[in-house]
Write a new protein. Sequence first.
Length: 341
Amino acid sequence: MSRKKILVTGGAGFIGGNFVQYMVDKYPQYDIYNLDLLTYAGDLTKHKHIETKDNYYFVKADIAERETIMALFEKEKFEYVVHFAAESHVDRSITDPGIFVQTNVLGTQILLDAARAVEVTKFVHVSTDEVYGELDFDPSTFFTEETPLQPNSPYSASKASSDLLVRAYHETYGLPVSITRCSNNYGPYHFPEKLIPLTISRVLNEQKVPVYGDGKNIRDWLHVNDHCAAINLVMHEGVNGEVYNVGGHNEKTNLEVVKTIIKTLGKSEELIEFVKDRLGHDKRYAIDPTKLENLGWKPTYTFETGIAQTIQWYLDNTEWWEQIISGDYQKYFDKQYTVNK
Ligand SMILES: NC(=O)c1ccc[n+]([C@@H]2O[C@H](COP(=O)([O-])OP(=O)(O)OC[C@H]3O[C@@H](n4cnc5c(N)ncnc54)[C@H](O)[C@@H]3O)[C@@H](O)[C@H]2O)c1
């Protein structure tokens, strides 16, 4: 296989970070460039073991800074772009929507211009099922690629806007793009503000676990390694201009997820604390992944095997998440969940 130069944006974050490691290990013959601004969500310590590899490079940059991005593409002439970089937390988008438009919409548009200027072979835009809005509790309904976009939060609205720009660059300029829309991810290196790592870290510390509303909101969980494999497949085989939904049919209520973690760690359900519901909290997400399965993908984890692996990973890597939940993050946690009570 020939050598390829691949730019991964947001490769210091949760999914981008797992993807960078997946690609560096799987393809020694590809050069993997990790571009990240290192916001609160970015962390390079996770890449210690690949930093010395010949096929890994790191670039600190803001995707919303046009001149920097255009100059980098001009210099490196990337063949592939896999775009993860984003503001990704719904709660933060409710308190401060502006940065979501700046990074997720403007940043994506600048990357599209840069990709166009150097005529990339493929631009993979990593999006989310949240752009489809919400489903009701009827278990026979799923999001397909034809479901209309009806984003409900500033986060999902900014992602939907970026999806439309990516589509438009294909339709208008013929840019070779594919869009992936994945359900909720979990797994190693997940920032502890999201439900699963938040629950694991708080249960381990015998702290109360906040659950929004009545805990009945349903999410469709996918292990991050299965998401990485899906993106790799779309990068190599995805049809230009197409959207692919990514999900593994693992629907669970938030309360079921929290109870599973508490049970696995042998703690008491008395740790659960119901807090005032999130504004505009979507009821249910569920993905129909048939189109991606027809391209050759299938998940390797069930929710049960994946959550067991993830809990074990957090037990084995306490140092990583303990450094994160100290300092500024603690202030954010106190504000978010105390005000909402
Ligand atoms: N987490 C999920 O469950 C999920 C599900 C489906 C899709 N997605 C999408 O996958 C992508 C990655 O999600 P994640 O959970 O890994 O997010 P994350 O918040 O963990 O990581 C985002 C990364 O982007 C970087 N970043 C932010 N602003 C930047 C900027 N202006 N320039 C350069 N880098 C910047 C951050 O430093 C961080 O490293 C996002 O686009 C998200 O919408 C996430």
